[in-house]
Design a protein around this ligand. Structure first.
Ligand code: CMC
Length: 387
C-alpha cells in the first residue's frame, strides 16, 4: 500500500483549505467567516448570512437590498420544471423531488463553467424554496402559491407553504423569526458529507446545479440531514410506546439492536454542539410564544438527561446535535415531518454555493481518493463452459 493513508470516513483527512467556516469541536465553537454563530443567529437575517458566506463580507444595507431584490427577480421558476414536479407521485419524498428538480435546472438555465456564475447562484437561492413548497401543496391537494416578492425570504416561503389559494396571508412574526434562526444555524458546517459531495462533484467541473443536486441527495441520509425527520419519528414512537425512555437508551447501547439514538453524536463536536444549545432555547421560546404544548418535548428532555448521565454516552462523548430539537420547532411552525430535511437543504444552500465557488476559484484539482485493495490477486480467466 506504500504511501497511501488509510482513513475510512475521512475522519482525519483535511481535503481542502477553506476560509468559510471555523469549527472547534473540542470547545464547541462555530463561526462563519469569523463571526460567531450565536451572534449571527441572534442578530442577522438569513440573506445577510447567505451574502456573508458567498461574498465573504457582511453586506451593507444597500448591498443587502440589492441582493434581496436580485433574488426576488429570479423567483419565477420555468413552468416546465413545475410540470416535471407534477409528474412525481404524491407519495414521493420531497427530498427526492427537490434533488431531481435542482438537477433538472441545468436543462433549462445556462450554466457557467468558471465557478462564478452569479445568475445560477441567484436562481438557486430564489427557486429552491419555491420548488420545495410544490410537493407539499400537491400532497394536501392544493394549488401552488406564487411567491410574494414584497416580503422577506422566510415570510415568502411561509406564505407559499401555508396561504390558501385566493386568500390573503401574513406570516406570523414569531414563526418567521424562528425560521430565520433555524436557516442561519444550518447555513454552513465546513466539510460535512453533503458539502464534501458538492465540492467533489464540482471538482470534475460539473455545473453548480448538478453539484448541488448531489449535495441534496447526500443530505437526505438519516446519519446526516435526514436525522431531523428521524428524531421526531423516534420521539413519536417512544411516546406511542408509553414514553419509556430507559428502554430506548438501553436499545441504543446495544450494538445488536441496530438502533441509534437519533439526534445524538457528531463526528466533530465532542463536548457540545453550539447549534443544539441555541436551538434548544429557541424551541422553548417558540413553543411558549405560539402556545404549543408538544408532549414529545418532555420525552426529548428525558432522553437528553438520561443520555448525558449514562456512562455509554459520556465515554463516547455523544451529545444532542443540531437535529435533536430542530424538528420540534419545525413541527410547531407547521412544517410537515417529511419536509424537515428539505428545510435543512434550504438553510445549507448558501454554504454549498460558497464552498463550490471557493473550490473553483482556488482551482482545486479533481477529487480522487485512493484505496487499499483487498480483492483476489491475479487469476487466470476460466471459460464460461468450464465454470
Ligand atoms: N446512538 C448510539 N450510539 C452511537 C450514536 C448514537 N446516536 N452515535 C455514535 N454512537 C456510538 C457508535 O456506536 C460508536 O461506538 P463504539 O465506539 O463502541 O463502536 C461510537 O459512538 C462512535 O460512533 P461513530 O459511528 O464511529 O461516530 P461517527 O463520527 O462515525 O458518526 C454520527 C457520527 C453523527 C453519524 C453518529 O453519531 C450517528 O449516527 N448519530 C445519529 C444520527 C444523527 O443524529 N445524525 C445527525 C448529525 S448532526 C447534523 C449533520 O450535520 O448532519
Amino acid at each position: 500500500t506504500g504511501y497511501i493513508t488509510f482513513d475510512p470516513g475521512f475522519k482525519n483527512t483535511g481535503v481542502t483549505k477553506s476560509s468559510i467556516t471555523y469549527l472547534d469541536g473540542e470547545e464547541g465553537i462555530l463561526r462563519y467567516r469569523g463571526y460567531s454563530i450565536e451572534e449571527l443567529a441572534d442578530k442577522a437575517s438569513f440573506l445577510e448570512v447567505a451574502y456573508l458566506l458567498i461574498h465573504e463580507e457582511l453586506p451593507t444595507q444597500a448591498q443587502l437590498d440589492a441582493f434581496s431584490a436580485d433574488i426576488q427577480s429570479y423567483t419565477q421558476v420555468n413552468q416546465d420544471l413545475l410540470k416535471i414536479s407534477e409528474g412525481f407521485p404524491v407519495s414521493s419524498h420531497p427530498m427526492c423531488t427537490i434533488a431531481a428538480l435542482v438537477g433538472a435546472m441545468s436543462a433549462f438555465y445556462s450554466t457557467d463553467e468558471a465557478g462564478d456564475d452569479e445568475k445560477s447562484v441567484l436562481r438557486l437561492l430564489a427557486q429552491l424554496p419555491v420548488m420545495a413548497t410544490w410537493s407539499y401543496k400537491k400532497s394536501i391537494g392544493e394549488g401552488i402559491i406564487q411567491p410574494d416578492t414584497t416580503v422577506d425570504y422566510c415570510s415568502t416561503f411561509l406564505q407559499m407553504m401555508f396561504a390558501k389559494p385566493g386568500e390573503k396571508y401574513t406570516a406570523d412574526a414569531v414563526v418567521s423569526k424562528a425560521l430565520n434562526k433555524l436557516l442561519i444555524l444550518h447555513a454552513d458546517h465546513e466539510q460535512n458529507c453533503s458539502t464534501s459531495t458538492v465540492r467533489l462533484v464540482g471538482s470534475s467541473h460539473a455545473n453548480l446545479f448538478a453539484s448541488i443536486s448531489a449535495g441534496i441527495n447526500a443530505l437526505w441520509g438519516p446519519l446526516h440531514g435526514g436525522a431531523n425527520q428521524e428524531v421526531i419519528e423516534m420521539l413519536e414512537a417512544i411516546k406511542a410506546d408509553g414514553g419509556d425512555t430507559d428502554k430506548y437508551i438501553a436499545m441504543a447501547k446495544d450494538k445488536n439492536s441496530g438502533f441509534r439514538l437519533m439526534g445524538f453524536g457528531h463526528r466533530v463536536y465532542k463536548n457540545f454542539d453550539p447549534r443544539a444549545k441555541i436551538i434548544k432555547k429557541a424551541a422553548d421560546d417558540v413553543l411558549k410564544a405560539l402556545g404549543v404544548n408538544d408532549p414529545v418535548l418532555a420525552i426529548a428532555a428525558r432522553l437528553e438527561a438520561a443520555a448525558l448521565s449514562d456512562e455509554y454516552f459520556v465515554a463516547r462523548k455523544l451529545y444532542p446535535n443540531v437535529d435533536f430539537y430542530s424538528g420540534i420547532i419545525y413541527r410547531a411552525l407547521g412544517i410537515p415531518t417529511n419536509m424537515f430535511t428539505v428545510m435543512f437543504a434550504i438553510g445549507r444552500l448558501p454554504g454549498w454555493i460558497a464552498q463550490w465557488k471557493e473550490m473553483r476559484v482556488n482551482k482545486e484539482p479533481i477529487g480522487r481518493p485512493r484505496q487499499i485493495y483487498t480483492g483476489a490477486t491475479s487469476r487466470a480467466f476460466v471459460e464460461i463452459a468450464q465454470r
